[in-house]
Design a protein around this ligand. Structure first.
Ligand SMILES: [Zn+2]
Length: 405
């Protein structure tokens, strides 16, 4: 039995399987995204007693995308060095709400759990084994099905020639259950950006660089659509794509969370400085504070950033202090009615997300010189190296029990 948080759920399953687990139950602890954090659904953005976080348990950190690579002449083994069967769990895996997990956890005996593992439920957490006994039955199917990416092209001045360069925008379209935040808030922002660009084109505007606006499919199953597209057009993208702007959860709250490649930080801060935060009335840059995180994986920028090396940006408005996770994530409660009543009743943050994304894309496509900003890049590289060294030394990660992260 494992708890959500810290690392991708697929890694938890992989580590458990490698250590002989017969099955894995992953539960959401209220200390991470439930009542300990604030008001729960329907009054707030945090996970209620019955909230289950669905999600792919594919070993996506080894190799994202369709594990069978049906669209490609190359196999997962050729592309990532892992066989198809090594990229999916062989044991049953089930997500669980804290309400359902509580009776199992409460009846666990054995040693006390390490300090950091005590969660938000009102009893001391134990490591087991037993006396709780659980029988896990999972019914799931694995089938090949068609998915669709939909891309629109706005030709730049050099479109169709060797000199053409591209700016990419993307958001996924598939959702767990209703997906009002994830991904439909992002999809609505993308449609607004596309409409805005359409209006500019009718006025005679034309971008310097070609813009591609893509609606990805199959993201939730393991970044299937974007990875297939990126791998299929890899050569062209490597030669011509200068930046990728991703939007997944556009709005789940009012606090801007940005992940970006160092070379694009300046562009993001400048765009945020020219917009206004609806709640505080301050410039968005000031309300946000300008903190930019390191992009790793977790959404459709993965193939562009991690495989092809295209500088990328990921944008989201999350609940205050949520540290990037939020309570309705991947649950049935991520619904339009919640969004309309609690999440963004005036849809102001939806509009702001569209403005920010659109500005970034138009500026990146419009400038004749690609922004690189060497001082920022150099500073970030030094920081990344430091982080790597810390990970290698195991500080703050292993605490005596080292797992693959
Ligand atoms: Zn998503």
């Amino acid at each position: 039995m494992v708890r959500y948080g810290r690392c991708f759920r697929g890694l938890k399953v992989m580590n458990a399987e490698r250590r002989g687990a017969a099955a894995v139950i992953i539960y959401s602890d209220p200390a991470d995204d439930g009542f300990t954090q604030g008001k729960v659904y329907p009054d707030g953005p945090w996970r209620p007693r019955t909230g289950v976080q669905r999600g792919s348990a594919q070993f996506a950190s080894l190799c994202a995308g369709d594990v069978a690579r049906i669209y490609s002449k190359a196999s997962a083994l050729d592309l990532c060095g892992y066989a198809t069967e090594d990229l999916v769990p062989k044991i049953p895996v089930l997500p669980m709400s804290w309400g359902d997990a509580e009776p199992i956890l409460r009846r666990l005996g054995g040693a006390d759990a390490p300090g950091g593992f005590q969660g938000g439920l009102d009893f001391p957490y134990k490591l087991g084994p037993g006396p709780s006994v659980v029988r896990v039955m999972v019914e799931s199917t694995m089938k090949a099905r068609a998915i669709w990416n939909v891309c629109a092209v706005v030709p730049g001045k050099h479109y169709g020639t060797e000199d053409d360069r591209m700016v990419l925008l993307g958001n996924h379209r598939d959702a767990w259950v209703f997906g009002a935040s994830d991904p439909n808030s992002g999809t609505s922002a993308m449609i607004e950006v596309a409409k805005g660009i359409g209006r500019l084109l009718r006025k005679g505007w034309r971008p310097h660089r070609t813009m591609k606006i893509c609606s990805w499919d199959g993201e939730e199953y393991g970044l299937l659509g974007s990875t297939a597209w990126g791998e299929t057009y890899e050569e062209e993208l490597r030669a011509k794509a200068v930046s990728y702007f991703n939007m997944d959860v556009a709005v789940a709250g009012t606090e801007l969370v940005v992940g970006a490649s160092p070379s694009l930080e300046k562009l993001v801060r400048e765009a945020a400085a020219s917009l206004t935060d609806p709640v505080s009335g301050k410039p968005l840059l000031e309300a946000w504070g300008g903190l930019i995180r390191t992009l790793g994986t977790g959404s459709d920028y993965t193939v562009f950033l991690d495989r092809i090396g295209i500088p990328s940006v990921d944008l989201a408005f999350k609940p205050q202090g949520s540290n990037s996770s939020y309570g309705l994530y991947h649950s049935v409660y991520d619904s339009f009615s919640w969004m309309e009543r609690v999440g963004d009743p005036a849809f102001e943050y939806h509009a702001l997300a569209a403005r920010l994304w659109g500005l970034l894309a138009i500026r990146a496509a419009g400038r004749s010189v690609v922004e690189v900003h060497p001082p920022t890049v150099a500073g970030r590289l030094a920081l990344y190296l430091e982080e790597l060294q810390e990970l290698r030394a195991g500080r703050g990660v292993c605490e005596g029990h080292c797992f693959e992260i």
